[in-house]
Design a binder for this molecule. Sequence first.
Ligand code: SF4
Ligand code: SF4
Length: 200
Amino acid sequence: MTRTPKETQAYADKQLDAFFDSVTPELKAHVVSLPRRITQISARPVIRLKEVLNTADQIFEHAGKFAACARGCGHCCHVSVPITQFEARYMGDNLGITPVELKQTIKHELTEYGSHTPCPFLKQGECSIYEFRPLTCRMHMNFDVDNYWCLHENWQKPEAEIPRPTIQPLIDAYHSVISNVAPIMGDIRDFFPHGKEDLT
Ligand code: SF4
Ligand code: SF4
């Protein structure tokens, strides 16, 4: 359905409000306290990263019914998927794949990606590494009425706006975990150019 950015925003604002209202005070407090808690956990960085990912799952579990996202709708799996070297190692350890070790951060132009560049882990329209997908994928949801602005032919239009919730404590906690270990960033395709074909 064709929508103007203004219509999209008005609808999404209501959905975002409904989503945040649906979250229990306990869970809200749990999320808000995450950046502080994560600095106090005296555990290996991988355990602390898992806490961030688990908390993201807890809060976004509530989001599905307010979003346009549906199983098999994988347009967002064709755009840039920025991850850090540390998260790539975490994914690789769990998947049995050795990720590429980048020497430095690789920056990509948004226009580099599109319908011709599926994430190497997208299989038959679904994420084949769902349990170990990166934080950015866990947080990527479209709160519009449908996926119109995510479609390949629309998302690069100057007026395109995909309304997504920003849960700042998750982002802050993530950066707190990785800042001292391996903050180098790249796209998921830089770290895993062949996806599961590189199973070690
Ligand atoms: S973010 Fe967009 S492309 Fe991805 S599942 Fe949601 S609606 Fe579909
Ligand atoms: S890791 Fe999974 S969810 Fe993330 S872009 Fe790749 S296929 Fe999509």
